[in-house]
Write a protein that binds this ligand. Structure first.
Ligand SMILES: Cc1cc2nc3c(=O)[nH]c(=O)nc-3n(C[C@H](O)[C@H](O)[C@H](O)COP(=O)(O)O)c2cc1C
Length: 205
């Protein structure tokens, strides 16, 4: 059966973006291995996702049969994004590190899809992810170098996304990371080569 890849890009840069470059390589290799595969793309820079507001949150916590027309309208984008997420066999997320975290554009997307009763549930036993696990690749570009550097521990992108995705039920997550894009050409060259090598391995038919 044909597979579906959902690609989500978060870098504000449309040209010269290292994280988008990794995602381009991944998408091309994946499509080569899945000629009849379908690719859905969400470009969070070109088409920003609205931030959730009070009415959206009220809609999230109101049973659908009690929704006012305003709730329905305020949760429609969330419905659409969650349906897209659930339809994907493979997830490809690409993001830069901004101020040691993900861009606000990406956080706005997460706030729309992390939704009680849809992608997670809460009961007396705790919180439970409702998204069936699926292979998920996260391409990350960082300006600084974090391994063996004074900045080790400053980069919250991978720890945050790993916890967030796990909270939703997605635990098969692999990070493809390039570092030093702003400050260290040698580290950039080394991590870029390693990331492309890994992309070739994981997308091989
Ligand atoms: C607003 C802004 C904030 C940034 N903050 C950080 C940071 O905290 N840590 C870091 O390693 N790099 C930081 N960078 C550098 C980016 O992570 C780096 O340029 C990366 O390559 C951007 O991803 P892209 O190439 O996919 O656009 C920042 C860049 C911008 C534009």
């Amino acid at each position: 059966m044909s597979q579906t890849l959902l690609r989500i890009d978060a870098s504000a840069r449309l040209a010269g973006s290292h994280s988008r470059g990794l995602a381009d390589d991944f998408q091309a290799s994946w499509q080569q291995a899945h000629p009849d595969g379908r690719v859905m793309v969400r470009d969070l820079a070109q088409t920003p996702i609205a931030q959730i507001d009070a009415l959206t949150i009220e809609g999230f916590y109101t049973a659908p049969d009690q929704h006012t027309p305003q709730h329905t309208q305020a949760t429609a984008l969330s419905d659409e994004l969650i349906a897209e997420l659930l339809a994907a066999d493979v997830l490809l997320l690409s993001t830069p590190v901004y101020n040691f975290a993900i861009p606000a554009a990406f956080k706005a997307y997460i706030d729309q899809v992390a939704r009680i009763g849809r992608t997670f549930s809460a009961d007396e036993t705790g919180l439970h992810g409702l998204v069936p696990d699926r292979p998920t690749y996260v391409a990350v570009a960082a300006g600084l170098v974090y391994h063996d550097s004074p900045f080790t521990g400053f980069n919250f992108v991978a720890p945050y996304l790993e916890e967030l995705l796990g909270f939703l039920g997605i635990t098969s997550v692999e990070f493809l990371t390039v570092e030093g894009t702003s400050v260290d050409p040698a580290a950039l060259e080394r991590t870029t080569a390693a990331a492309h090598q890994r992309i070739a391995e994981v997308t091989a038919a």
